[in-house]
Design a protein. Structure first.
Lengths: 150, 150
DNA sequence: CCAAATTGGTTACATCTGTAACCATCCAAA
DNA sequence: TTTGGATGGTTACAGATGTAACCAATTTGG
């Protein structure tokens, strides 16, 4: 049966499965910040990044949350429009602006944190202990693998 | 330190990590079918679905490859434009069309299959045996979990 | 010093996507 | 039968995205 070799089973193909799963999880989670705060994913990541790290430049934000600079730029613009963050020019390098959440922005962030954690816990809660451990390990290994340092 | 509870570490947050990883893998793989065949992801999935299963309706395609019907519709239209697939009206239900790859379409599919398998193998090859097993298990468990049957 | 390359960030444009509205067709109940 | 709802599929429209071009400021190398 040579045919077997010539067929790819989509349902078990790793890139497909991985993407599909991530898409499901991400969409499900997105409903929370979208319904509650009306944010897009890049906007949520920006909020989350600044909430976590305090003050960052756009570039740092992009690195921390794996976003292309155009996404960062637009997300920052939108959050600024809402007055959820402020830009402070850098003294020494005038290309750079330091971004930080305003009180309102921080409040939105603090509003989301427990919801995010609950979501994650609920998801992980459906797995046995071993699987929970395993998944953390595996994500790391796969990341290294894809980044070519595996 | 109450602050700890109020912070979410994005880098270890499951939805983020999962999505980021899937995005990396998917993008890397997409380069192959994009460079080689000029396909988008929905188009690749359509090609792959029909290559694997022979003849399907648009609805079946969407179910098999987890695509919204608009994506299917557009991908099918594009592949038809290239004459990579044909539509055959159903005898009994005139809303339905049966889709199948043409010779050209099949050739493109057969061209991609070994590349796809090689990509997957290369990725998995960077993991130890245990991890390879584990990942298959885990993807299934997480899928069940997110779909609420966990 | 000064030109050339680099960097942080924004914008324009074309493409892709999701939602909702839509069109046929089919089915089910009266 | 007719009629009201489902169903398969397409389309319109508004947003989101990626690529590339761009601008200004900075660094580098001569």
């Amino acid at each position: 049966m040579a045919r077997q070799d010539d067929v790819l089973e989509l349902e078990t193909f790793l890139p497909y499965r991985l993407y599909h799963l991530a898409d499901l999880v991400s969409r499900e989670f997105a409903r929370i910040y979208k319904d509650r705060l009306g944010l897009t994913r890049p906007e949520w990541r920006t909020l989350s990044g600044l909430g976590q790290s305090g003050t960052m430049t756009a570039k740092e934000l992009g690195e921390q949350s794996a976003m292309h600079k155009t996404k960062v730029s637009r997300a920052v613009a939108e959050l600024e429009r809402r007055r959820w963050l402020t830009r402070t020019p850098d003294e020494k390098d005038r290309r750079i602006e330091h971004l930080a959440l305003t009180k309102t922005g921080l409040a939105a962030y603090l509003d989301m944190v427990p919801l995010a954690k609950a979501f994650e816990q609920e998801l992980l809660g459906k797995l046995d202990n071993g699987s929970r451990e395993a998944i953390i390990q595996l994500l790391g290994k796969l990341e290294s693998a894809i980044l070519g340092r595996g």
